[in-house]
Every structure is written in structure tokens, then in C-alpha cells.
Design a protein around this ligand. Structure first.
Ligand code: ATP
Ligand code: MG
Length: 597
């Protein structure tokens, strides 16, 4: 499908209404011949002939036709305007749904500002095309043809003289069409870029302020702004060259008419009334020529925007819904990674990942930053697909499970917490908006968030700003944890979820989570030993591989990465503990001995 075919698939639904409107345009255009025709009769019969018999009827016809044409114009303009709004609504809806279906790779490859431009500026260019140029092009062509036919009827020689300008008109129109296209593509590019810059700088304004880089960013903005202005100016440089040419052609027609027509009247081969009537058709020749330059611009703006939107949405997501998807409301949560590897281009992110987890177990994942812990979970959720090997849930390959069914069974507290501009309650109840307040509170209590929430001015109704502005890092993490818990999933993934909370709060959360143990399979990704030490299985990931696996005790005995991190975090605490324990034992023995004596 081409971009245009895609666009016309939206127009098709409104075809009947549009054809009706085009019929009205046709009636209106044909009605345009009435005024010049009557003017000609008035000149020949009334002014030159001196007969006033039909003057009143002619004036009444003139007024009625003018009134009727105004009403018809209003009607078809309204139909096109309304249809444009409907088409805009449908296309915007389609594009948004497409955005929602896209995968992580799509969002990695497309800048937010670009996607925003698709939904704003580009949509408006498309809407405008339906609202005006569609009928304006038809109306102007029709007026031109009708005027030409009328001149032909009056005098074919004069008509042939006027046709002489047509090849030149077609040539200039085609040339403008071709030359403005790259200019409009350039404008769209700069508009997207400007949008992205503004969006990123407003979102990242706190960083700009923290680094006192306002002036630097303003200078960068000015470059973007200049770029956009220059793109608009260079486009207008191109099309403004054509506007005078069209104006010249319009004037040339006037000159041809009065010169050739005047000579014919003087020679007596044409009546004065006919010359007046033909001069009345002049605007029907002139208007299309005067508007041609502008309409060509509108058409090119529109085609550029349709192509941009279509190229964005025609990207096939690499993560696809399986053909015969397994759909289940509930999965137990048995998970197996079988020799899983994952590469991005040439870079191998994960290699030979192999482990099994039974439903209800807790898995701790620890390892240096950038070692692949988050990626491991991204593969389980099918945000990306494994390059080789397989991941199974309850013995079914995740690639065969319906995407919604799979993700609906996973509660994910992401490392990069994102909260919506909504109430705290709304954020926690995101997965189940119709759940009861009690359930929201219960989830918040497990996440140790209830106490700080009720201390906020509006409690659970407190609106958190964009991305959770107004909350501390640890508070955001706890709301994100509550949001995942409320889903009551069979698999929980807590990616660095307690990294920003103090140890005491972490312990409280862990105690609460322990009370839910067995209800779901939990993956806890962390850098702190304290977060993972109680897990049934701890995986140590280093450079994309599982280098150690086991429980806390066995990993401590291994003397590897886990042991090293433990000593980093706890110092020689365990040694002191052992020594103290040894001393206590000695003391106890001595006491026992003394008591025995
Ligand atoms: N979309 C991506 N494109 C290219 N490389 C990526 C992408 N996502 C992750 N990586 C790379 O994959 C590696 C593993 O990243 P990952 O986020 O899984 O690390 P991590 O173990 O979770 O680190 P951290 O502890 O800092 O959260 C990193 O080297 C990272 O640069
Ligand atoms: Mg990570």
C-alpha cells in the first residue's frame, strides 16, 4: 500500500457525502455563468436596445441565483469542513492505536518530538487538504472549463486565443509541484527537530538548571528555530517565484480578451453585450490561475505529511502477536530460560542464559551495571525477542503466548519509574482502574507507601506531576511497587525497586513481600545483597552471562563475585560476627564450667 492509498482508505468511508458536496460545487460553478450571461443581455437589450420589458425579471433571476449560490457554497464548505474533522479524528485514532501496538525498538528509534509532530502538524496539513484544497482544485478547474466553453459558444476564435496560455499554465504548475516538494520535506524535518528539542528541554529542564546551562540551551534552541524559519523562508523563496508568473498569466488573459474582443467589436463581428458577458467570465479564468500557486503548496504540504505519517506507522513491529496464540487468564509461573542469547546488531548482550524457576519461588539477580539484568527481564516480557534459545512460561514458549495474556500476568516495577500526571490512587490502580479503594490501600501498605501517602495534603487524591514530580525517588519507587502488586500477577519483576529507599524501609517492604511469598514467582534485581539474600535462587550476571547461581550460603562459599560484593557491602562484619560468636561460645563454656564447679 502506498501512502496515498492509505490516506484514501479513510476518504472512502465518506465518499457519498463528498460526492454530494462535489455535485453542489458543480451546481455552484455552473451557476457562475448566470451573472455574466444576464449582464450581456442587459447590455444588448436594455442599454443598447433600449427595451426595459425584461429588466425586472432579469434582476430577480440575478438576485435569486446569487442568493442560491451563497447558500450552496455554505453547504458544501460545511460538508468539507465536517468531513475533514471526521477524517482527522479517524486518522489520528488509527495512528495512536498504531503507536500503542509498536514495540520497544520503535520507541528506541523514534524521538518523542517526531512522534508528536506526526500527531499535530502533519495531522493538520492532512485535515486542511480535506477541508479546502480538495474542492478548491475541483471548483477552479471546473470554473476554468465552464468559462472556456462559454467563450467557445460566443466566439471560438477568442476562445482559441485564451487557450494559448494553457500549456504555459500546465508547465508552470508542474514545475512548482516538483520544486516545492523537497522544500516542504525540509520544513517537516525542521519542524520535527524543533519539536523534539523543545520537548526534551522542557522534560529535562531540571538538568539544564542544575548545570546552569540555560544560555547554552537557548543558543541551541535559536539554531533549531533559525533552521525552521530558514526552511519556511526557502520554501517561500521557491513558490513566491511562481506567484508572479500565475499573476502574469491571469493578466495576459485580460489583455488577450480586451485586445482581440475589442477588435472584433470594432469590426462588428461580435456584439458589445457578448464582450461584456465574456469579460464577466474573466474572473473564472483568473481565479484558478491566481490560486494555483497556493493550491500547489497545500497539495505538497499534504503529500509530504501523509508520506511522513505513513512511513512512521508502516513500520512492522518486530514483536508480533503469535498466529495461534495461547491465551490464559492465569499462569502458574514456572519459568525456564533455555540457552538464551540476545544480540543487538553485532553486540552480544546476553549469552547462554540457562536456569529454571518453579512457580512461587523468588529469584535474585545481581551483577555489575550494564551486565544485562534488565535485558533478561525484557526478554521474559517479550519487549524484545531472544536471538537464540527459548524462554518458557508453564512449559509454553513465550513467543506462542498472546502478548496481552503474557504481560497481563506479569507485574513489573521498572527500574526507570514512570508515573502519570494523575492522582496517587490513579497511578497505583493503573492496571485495574475499577478496583476498590481498600485494594489500593492494601497494595500501598505492602509497598510501605501508605504512611507517606496519607501524610500528603490530599492523601490518595494527591495529584502527582508529570513523571511523579513532587515525590522523592524512594516514594516513586514504592508507588511503582504498589502499582505492580495491585495487578496480582503470577510473576513479579522488581527491577532495582528498593534502590532508593533506606535499609530500614527495605526490610519492612521485604517482610511484607515475604507474607505474600508463594503467591507469585518473583524476580528481584538489585545491587544490594540485602535485597536478594533470602531468594531461593540467586543469579550473578556478569558481562551477559550467568557466572554464579545458587542460594546465599552457597554463593558465599564460592568466593566469587557475590562473595566479593558481600564483603564490600558488609565489610568484615561476618568475620566479626564469627569472632564474636566464638568469644561468646568460649565465655559460655567458661561460665558453664564455673557453674559446674
Ligand atoms: N536498546 C538497546 N540498544 C543497545 N544496547 C542496549 C539496549 N538496551 C540495553 N543495551 C545494552 O545492553 C547491556 C545490558 O543492559 P541492561 O540494561 O540489561 O543492564 P543492567 O544489568 O540492567 O544494568 P543496571 O544495573 O545499570 O540497570 C548494556 O551494555 C546496555 O548498553
Ligand atoms: Mg537494569
Amino acid at each position: 500500500m502506498t501512502a496515498m492509498q492509505w490516506f484514501f482508505s479513510f476518504i472512502k468511508k465518506h465518499m457519498k457525502r463528498l460526492i454530494f458536496a462535489l455535485v453542489l460545487v458543480t451546481i455552484n460553478s455552473v451557476g457562475a455563468i448566470v451573472t455574466p450571461k444576464i449582464s450581456g443581455i442587459v447590455v444588448d437589450d436594455v442599454i443598447m436596445g433600449g427595451s426595459r420589458d425584461n429588466l425586472l425579471i432579469l434582476v430577480i433571476i440575478l438576485l435569486s441565483v446569487t442568493l442560491l449560490r451563497s447558500v450552496i457554497r455554505f453547504c458544501f464548505a460545511m460538508i468539507f469542513e465536517k468531513t475533514s474533522q471526521k477524517v482527522l479524528y479517524e486518522i489520528r485514532d488509527y495512528v495512536y492505536q498504531n503507536f500503542m501496538k509498536q514495540d520497544f525498538t520503535f520507541y528506541n528509534n523514534n524521538r518523542t518530538g517526531d512522534l508528536m509532530s506526526r500527531q499535530t502538524g502533519d495531522m493538520d496539513a492532512i485535515r486542511h487538504f480535506v477541508a479546502y484544497p480538495i474542492y478548491a482544485i475541483y471548483e477552479n478547474t471546473l470554473l476554468f472549463v465552464i468559462a472556456l466553453v462559454m467563450v467557445f459558444i460566443v466566439d471560438y476564435r477568442l476562445a482559441l486565443c485564451m487557450i494559448a496560455v494553457m500549456p504555459l499554465t500546465v508547465f508552470v504548475t508542474a514545475k512548482q509541484l516538483l520544486s516545492v516538494k523537497p522544500a516542504f520535506q525540509n520544513i517537516r524535518q525542521h519542524f520535527s527537530s524543533l519539536n523534539t528539542f523543545v520537548q526534551e528541554n522542557i522534560s529535562g529542564n531540571r538538568v539544564v538548571k542544575a548545570f546552569a546551562k540555560e544560555d547554552y540551551e537557548i543558543a541551541k534552541f535559536n539554531i533549531e528555530n533559525d533552521g525552521f524559519r530558514d526552511a519556511e523562508l526557502s520554501a517561500s523563496e521557491i513558490w513566491k517565484k511562481y506567484v508572479p508568473v500565475f499573476e502574469f498569466l491571469a493578466h495576459a488573459l485580460t489583455v488577450i480578451l480586451y485586445m482581440v474582443g475589442g477588435i472584433m467589436v470594432v469590426k462588428g463581428s461580435m456584439s458589445m453585450g457578448n464582450l461584456v458577458a465574456i469579460s464577466g467570465y474573466l474572473w473564472m479564468f483568473n481565479m484558478p490561475l491566481r490560486q494555483a500557486g497556493w493550491l500547489v503548496n497545500d497539495v505538497q504540504r499534504f503529500t509530504t505529511s501523509v508520506e511522513k505519517v505513513y512511513s512512521t506507522i508502516s513500520v512492522e513491529p518486530s514483536i508480533k502477536e503469535p498466529k495461534q496464540a495461547v491465551v490464559k487468564d492465569y499462569f502458574k509461573g514456572d519459568i525456564e530460560f533455555n540457552k538464551v542469547s540476545y544480540s543487538i546488531g553485532q553486540e552480544e548482550i546476553l549469552k547462554d542464559i540457562d536456569f529454571r524457576v518453579k512457580a512461587g519461588q523468588t529469584v535474585g539477580i545481581i551483577g555489575p551495571t550494564g551486565s544485562g539484568k534488565t535485558t533478561l527481564m525484557n526478554l521474559l516480557c517479550r519487549f524484545y525477542d531472544v536471538s537464540s534459545g527459548s524462554i518458557t512460561l508453564d512449559g509454553i514458549d513465550v513467543k506462542k503466548i498472546g502478548l496481552h495474556s503474557l504481560r497481563d500476568n506479569i507485574g513489573l516495577a521498572m527500574q526507570d519509574v514512570f508515573l502519570f500526571s494523575d492522582t496517587i490512587e490513579g497511578n497505583i490502580a493503573f492496571a485495574r482502574p475499577d478496583c476498590s479503594v481498600e485494594e489500593v490501600i492494601a497494595a500501598a501498605k505492602v509497598a510501605n507507601a501508605h504512611d507517606f501517602i496519607i501524610q500528603m495534603p490530599d492523601g490518595y487524591d494527591t495529584i502527582v506531576g508529570e513523571r511523579g514530580v513532587g515525590l522523592s525517588g524512594g516514594q516513586k519507587q514504592r508507588i511503582s511497587l504498589a502499582r505492580a502488586l495491585l495487578k496480582k500477577p503470577s510473576i513479579m519483576i522488581l527491577d532495582d525497586t528498593t534502590s532508593a529507599v533506606d535499609m530500614e524501609t527495605e526490610t519492612l517492604i521485604q517482610d511484607e513481600l515475604k507474607s505474600l511469598e508463594g503467591n507469585y514467582t518473583v524476580f528481584i534485581i538489585a545491587h544490594r545483597i540485602s535485597s536478594v539474600k533470602d531468594a531461593d535462587l540467586i543469579l550473578v550476571v556478569e558481562d551477559g552471562r550467568i557466572v554464579e547461581a545458587g542460594d546465599h550460603e552457597s554463593l558465599l562459599d564460592e568466593n566469587g563475585y557475590y562473595h566479593k560484593v558481600f564483603h564490600h557491602q558488609y565489610g568484615d562484619f561476618d568475620k566479626i560476627l564469627k569472632e564474636t560468636k566464638g568469644r561468646d561460645d568460649t565465655l559460655e563454656n567458661t561460665n558453664e564450667k564455673r557453674m559446674g564447679e
